[in-house]
Design a protein around this ligand. Sequence first.
Ligand code: ATP
Length: 515
Amino acid sequence: MGDLRERFIMCCQNTFSCFKERETVPPSDIKKYDIEVIPNVHTEPPARVIPPIPAEKPKCVYLALYDYMARTDDDLSFHAGDKLEPINKSEDWWYVRGITGISANKQGYVPANYVVPVKSLDAEPWYFPETKRLDAEKMLLSDENQNGSFLIRNCESQTGELSLSVLDNSKVKHYKIKKLDNGGYFLSKSQNFSTLRELVEHYTNNDDGLYIHLREPCKKTIAPETNGLSYNTVDQWEIPRTSVKLLRKLGAGQFGEVFEGIWNDTTAVAVKTLKPGTMDAKDFLQEAQIMKRLRHPKLIQLYAVCTMEEPIYIITELMSNGSLLEYLKKDRGACLRLPTQVELGSQVAAGMAYLELQNYIHRDLAARNVLVGENNVCKVADFGLARVFQKDTGENVYEAKEGTKFPVKWTAPEAMHENKFTIKSDVWSFGILLYEIVTFGQMPYPTLTNYQVVQKLQTGYRMSCPLSCPKYLYEIMCDCWREVPADRPTFETLQWELEDFFEPDVSSYDDASRY
Ligand code: ATP
């Protein structure tokens, strides 16, 4: 015990002598000891500073709009309605902590486009801002919805305005929501509301000029495509071949076969397998770098690639109804009516208008390169691929000779003769695609060979108006086939021309002020 006490005293003495030594270090030696000597000007001990208690940062809570099933071990599954708190927001995939529901107290990555701030207009179950009038009708008329189901969407014809769409006895009625200068809203002048929520609450309890009470919000059943397959594939999109299983063959094209597949045993995908030698992996990867940045609801999303060995795999989103060409032929006359055909055309124009904006050229636009999903949703596929194939398969592939693989009947004269592929040559092909749509997938110039087509186009010949095609639609096709590329319309114009084809004018809105 005494021993211990002595050792303690010695230890203290050493410590104090050490302090003493430090105090006596001559200023010239300060550097050597790397100690800063601060002259002691204050005699009183400094007052203790109590750091302010940081105000607790309010939680930034997000609401899930759709269900999501984890695709990788790093992901977090959640249900629509669950609340989540973002920990790290990168662009398309956020690392979050679950607050309620099946994700509560768990952490993982989630697709950013599945969640919205909890106290925002976007979180209102009836708010469908980007929904077009026709889509609103399709959604409300689906089996999941009942009389009185409704949604509020942006008005297509007047930017900044809103419309209310309501299911009323198997018909969808549309009402214009008018805005007050002070920021309020009304359907009929007699009733003003400061928020959309108040307006909805009011018309849920009274019909008050509407023909029906508002009941349930329209069901949000179709989740949007995630941007990329997962957080991990955003940058690392060369994925191991073993992570993809091919399930069944969907079809075959000039350059290989396409399969329905499953990635990571969790996610349905389409896998395009390229015949060995159809393209150079380096060329493809270069083009694919651009292709993967092109994202639009009307373009097929390129998810990932396997290029380390042949055959190259191109992994994209899966479309349940295959190519538009097969779809048109299969359903010929049975279900498709002119409004749907025009709508298919407008969707393709929308995807192409996006490519136009990005200064990107498709080079092989045709019904065989458009894919169809549920509810006649269609998306442009294979954009940019023709360029890579062209390099590898030789010049003659694109020569205007009979018997070559060149899609002569879809290709603009200047692209054929001078190899001038531009967005305007895509517009020419779009005119042919419209012809395919209205004829339910008929071969263009049905009585002519490729060679005859090339010859006749030079004399100013154009296809005549197909049977049962309205004159106005045929005029749009002819605009696409103008000789001078610059005289052809832009895709942006084509999109609105087709979207407005059946668009009723403002007077077509139902009147909410009949009382
Ligand atoms: P080409 O190669 O001459 O352009 P193509 O476009 O028909 O012809 P592919 O792109 O190889 O050839 O597609 C072959 C078939 O596979 C398509 O017709 C379609 O039925 C199916 N298919 C292709 N991609 C998908 C996809 N993402 N989802 C569903 N089916 C697909």
